[in-house]
Design a protein around this ligand. Sequence first.
Ligand code: NAD
Length: 272
Amino acid sequence: MSDHTSNARRAIFITGGGSGIGRAVAIYFAERGWFVGIGDINEENMEDTLGMTEGGFKYSHKLDVRDRDAWDVALKAFATAAGGRIDVVFNNAGIAHGGPYIDQPKEELEALLDINVKGVLFGAQAAHEHLVKTAPTSILINTASIAGIIGAPGLAAYSATKWAVRGLTESLDAEWAADGVRVASLCPGFIDTPMIAQVQGDSNRTAKEALQESGMEVSPVNDVADVVWSIVHGDDLHYTVGKFAKKMRRLHRWMPGTIRKQMRQRGLGVEL
Ligand code: NAD
């Protein structure tokens, strides 16, 4: 094991770093002196992220999270760039497709499984050998969602992928405890990123507009970066982001009948 108590600059590798949550977390950690590596399929967007990121300790690597071998290459190259260490792997890249489940095309179901589930499974496997070297302060953070805690109509397949991420997180938290490697999940409510800026189906409004019209909370993306920072420095297992996600998690735990009734009657109160 390397000496994690040394003064070496700590390093975080972030997938989906070309946009939204991954970008915000990259900027946030760089501002606090970390060596930041981002991986994404979109090279142009990664360039933009690096342009917004302070300091000289930044790095990008084109990575398709669906490719298990590419994960090994990306993390090895980042560890070398970062002086031999990776302290945090933020397994965050993901996509969303919603709508009535029976109408969802096969291609969407496959893409959800490939990126949100397989991509995260592969990332966790590839991360382990690096995180073991920086234990006991290292951590794997997997991005799930509040949809990984409650199942909502219109989000069935997405929700299934995020439940999988939360299950993986709990299992690995237990399995890797002996190695001193922490594992946690991030469960945001609705966050103001390009993911919810897409126009919904046949409507002429974006998911963000629909959410706001129905009074739903849409949290600023920097709130997620704050929470990711507290995950790295905390010791919990599942972390929500935003008041809405916190409330839903509490209701799901303590009043499951109430939340079920609400979901059956009006879902989240918005068509996504
Ligand atoms: P985003 O669309 O802004 O960013 C996602 C990034 O992932 C993009 O840069 C995209 O290029 C990248 N990506 C997609 N497929 C990839 C692949 N195969 N390999 C590598 N990179 C790939 O979305 P976001 O809102 O920042 O979402 C990030 C994560 O947060 C996702 O897992 C998402 O499910 C989750 N999440 C988002 C919200 C929200 O409301 N925005 C809520 C809960 C959870």
